[in-house]
Design a protein. Sequence first.
Length: 420
Amino acid sequence: MKTQAASELWRRLAADRDELRYAEAAALAAEFIDAWPEDDRRRAAEVTRLFCLSRLQRWVEVEARARGAAIDFPEDPHWAEYLAEAMFRQGRTEEADRMIEAAIAARPERTEPRALRAAFKAGQAGSSGRPARKIRVFPSKQAFEDARGVVETYLLRGMPALPLIRPDTVFMTLGSCFADNLAARLRASGHEVHAEGIGEEVNSTYANRYLLEWIEQGPVSAPTQVMDEFYGPAIRERFRKAVQAADILVLTMGVAPAFFHPDTGEFVFIRPRSSTDKGFLYGQHVMRTTSVAENVDNVQAIIDAVRRISGRRTQVVLTVSPVPLGGTTEFHSAAVADCISKSTLRLACHEVLAARARDGVVYWPSFEIVRWFGPHFGPGLPRVYGNDDGHSRHVSAWLVDLIVDLFLEHYADRQSLPAA
């Protein structure tokens, strides 16, 4: 039982340290040392305690603990370095210099004291007067049992929570089939939603850009002529009214690859509804992963077109669909193609946000919730993909619900909500 209790305490100590809960880790290290002084992990616990105390900048304690540890473990080189840093941070620079030089002389092969000496000389150990920037970490737990909690703590904490959504806010979702899923959940929450999906197979920013061009100007180019023939004037008018009615446009970017004419290089819009359509699309055209710059330009054009059509500064929410790419003719593996595709779209979002952060454009991390945190959800949670239908590319309904719930909560206009 003693060994089991020590191991459990050590596990908690390591978790707090790895997730930057330094005060808790320092306290647990002291508890571990006091309870099991003969344990062979005591020296490591002392190192952990000093590490955490230094991160908390409790330099008097660091000095005291380093002196004590040097007596208990005289062969360990860490104590001199912590002691020198504690002296330096308390303004005793000459003592610190002597201590670090002695450490270098005793262990000339070690690089740590040399790096610390360089920091002392450059004034990089906190003497600049600039506050240290907070480090945000990836959670260290192997399995996340609380999906909402981990997203709120490690993804949404510190993310600006603008008051965008009121009970009467009207949405329009545009883009991938994932956008349709978002629309259904938004509608279930009581909001008016206009959902206009193009389809995951051809949901590129080029397709969305030309869709907005067609809505605004009609059949003025080869892609918009195809759209005009496929959708017709009645759907075009419905699209226009949806854009004009929407307070918030949720643009979900699905794939970076698109199809282009092999001779002219022009974007080709075809909705493959039959094997003949598919054969023509894949056989007569070139599939190419578009660049970050192309996608940035397309998204900028989409935003501008939406605002011209609506006649106001429609709020735009960018998301990247977590639905994997269905296939590729460009790479040897659809997994490789999907990685490049999603990375391209996420970078494009980042650049658009940098350019229009003060222009009513925000990013919602649906992609990160599913792809970055999803693989770590514990066995007590439902599957991230295919929980409803067994399909490897379909995000499970429970997670879509969570994504939308968190979105509505994060951007809620609290003043417009009824009193509890």
